[in-house]
Design a protein around this ligand. Structure first.
Ligand code: GRF
Length: 209
């Protein structure tokens, strides 16, 4: 994915605290992810992830949905911000809105999302709680390519998390977030290495070398 112009440039879309963003920033700093975060975009001005970006010296941009009359115009503004920062790959990390075709078409096969459940089980904004309340014994984390629907698209990687007897939903959340913070940078590194391809709805990961 990276070329002669340097490491893969990631645009991160957030709406909230940005702990996954932080995990990506830390993985880059520690040499586990050969990439650069080119820009962080939030639809919410007070998302703490914007502050994390600023602290790391990364451009932090608020794109306000209410400033645009249409969903298409709002998504075109996100696309233009990503293009302005020469982004190669878009990583949604707690971005709580649908992504428009304006962005998806500008980055074909290069938009990822992380979801805190084993898709296709428990999509939606409360995947951890929904799985917990369903009484599942195993849930987990999914990283997938995004499409125009929530939590859909070829699955790149999943990691299982056990629901132990006596776990509270808070305890389960903590376990899932810890797994997310390890999995997302790892998958982004596979992308940087050009190891991920898609055939139909199946994403394939090539072996090293
Ligand atoms: C994560 O659990 C992610 O899977 C989901 O939203 C949450 C974002 O958390 N899509 P954070 O903002 O990265 O802390």
């Amino acid at each position: 994915m990276s070329d002669e112009s340097g490491p893969m440039r990631i645009g991160v879309l957030i709406s909230g605290s940005g702990t996954n963003l932080q995990a990506i920033i830390d993985a880059i700093a520690e040499g586990r992810l050969d990439a650069e975060v080119a820009v962080v975009i939030s639809n919410l001005e007070d998302a703490y992830g914007l502050e994390r970006a600023r602290k790391a010296g990364i451009p932090a941009v608020h794109v306000d949905r209410t400033a645009y009359t249409t969903f298409a115009a709002y998504n075109a503004a996100i696309r233009d911000t990503l293009l302005d920062h020469e982004v190669d790959v878009v990583a949604m990390a707690g971005y709580m809105r649908l992504l428009g075709v304006e962005v998806l078409d500008a980055f074909p096969g290069r938009v990822l999302n992380i979801h805190p459940a084993l898709l296709p089980a428990f999509p939606g904004p409360s995947g951890i709680r929904d799985a917990f309340e369903h009484g599942v014994k195993v849930t987990g984390v999914t990283v997938h390519f995004a499409n125009e629907n929530f939590d859909e698209g070829p699955i790149i990687a999943q990691a299982a998390v056990e629901v132990a007897e006596g776990d509270t939903v808070e305890a389960l959340e903590a376990k899932i977030h810890a797994v997310e913070h390890e999995l997302y940078p790892r998958v982004l590194q596979w992308i940087a290495e050009g190891r991920v391809t898609v055939e139909g709805r199946i994403a394939r990961i090539a072996e090293h070398g």
